[in-house]
Design a protein around this ligand. Structure first.
Ligand code: ADP
Ligand code: MP5
Length: 270
């Protein structure tokens, strides 16, 4: 009997505070019934207030993780998050080139708390040359999109940014919300669409971008068409911000896509 469980892979970094990075991706995959495999490319020491340290793992160790996963598990969708070094990105481009599964590239350069996770200048061209052509969709926020296309802050609107990302070789792009009620901007080379939705003023955006791209990966892996997958990923990520864990941490609090308070099985102190 075929196993209905959809296995997805995230290639990204550890967030010690658990809200974003591969830890956030595992929860996002689980929230839509996907099994999560992880290839860790780096480790961060971070919490809801910012990133204190980061360390990229050697390409050999990344290669060993990737082949261990792909040799054994029927991976049906891949998300690529933090990228760390041009060498790693270029190698990833060749390692993923022959796979025929959806690939979502979330070019994580800046965290929700505003910290830079990669050396942008070094990594920009490697991302564009090696990963953009393989992606089903790329999902930067406004600031990341500007850095990738080389536009000054707020010089282009998101329609123009999405079009510029597609011009750079991505088959489709979603530039995530950049202000209250602005929604996400979708472009697949043919159709522009504003993926509108509610804005939640909860300050629970830590991990929202990771959840969004992991959710999109899982939905695409299950066969959902791209525009619908991006609409639903936005809705679910946005619900995660609405339901975020505002009592955890003193900075930008974590999203919650699992509905953790509903899952409590242990006695709670009143
Ligand atoms: N305050 C918010 N209210 C509702 N949805 C949000 C909010 N902040 C982010 N989102 C949604 O979460 C997803 C991730 O967006 P964003 O936080 O911009 O990503 P990133 O972490 O890459 O900056 C997008 O679909 C976006 O629309
Ligand atoms: C290791 C790691 N990867 C990605 C992010 C982005 O997080 P967000 O989803 O808040 O943009 C992060 N803060 N840490």
């Amino acid at each position: 009997m075929p196993d209905p469980t959809i296995a997805c892979l995230t290639i990204g970094s550890s967030d010690s505070s658990g809200g974003a990075g591969v830890q956030g991706d595992i929860k996002a995959f689980a929230s839509i019934g996907c099994f999560a495999a992880t290839v860790v490319v780096g480790v961060t020491a971070q919490n809801t207030t910012g990133v204190r340290a980061r360390y990229g793992l050697p390409v050999d160790l990344v290669r060993a993780q990737l082949s261990a996963v792909l040799d054994d598990l029927p991976i049906r969708g891949i998300k690529v998050g933090t990228a760390w070094s041009p060498e790693l990105v270029t190698w990833l481009g060749s390692a993923l080139a022959d796979l025929s599964v959806p690939i979502v590239v979330d070019p994580v350069l800046v965290t929700a708390a505003g910290a830079y996770l990669s050396d942008v200048e070094q990594i920009r061209s490697a991302l564009v040359e090696s990963l953009f052509p393989l992606a089903t969709v790329v999902t930067p926020n406004r600031q990341e999109a500007e850095l990738l296309v080389g536009a000054p802050p707020h010089a282009l609107d998101r329609r123009e940014l999405a079009a510029a990302l597609v011009d750079l070789g991505a088959p489709a792009a979603v530039v995530t919300a950049d202000a209250r009620d602005s929604g996400d901007w979708f472009f697949d080379g043919t159709t522009h669409e504003l993926l509108a939705g509610a804005y939640h003023d909860t300050n629970c955006e830590h991990g929202a971008g990771c959840a969004h791209s992991a959710l999109a990966t899982g939905l695409l892996a299950g066969g959902m068409p791209l525009p619908e997958a991006m609409r639903q990923a936005r809705q679910l990520a946005s619900d995660g911000v609405r339901d975020g864990l505002g009592h955890l941490g003193s900075g930008v609090h974590p999203v919650d896509v699992l509905g953790l308070p509903r899952l409590v099985r242990t006695p709670t102190r009143s």
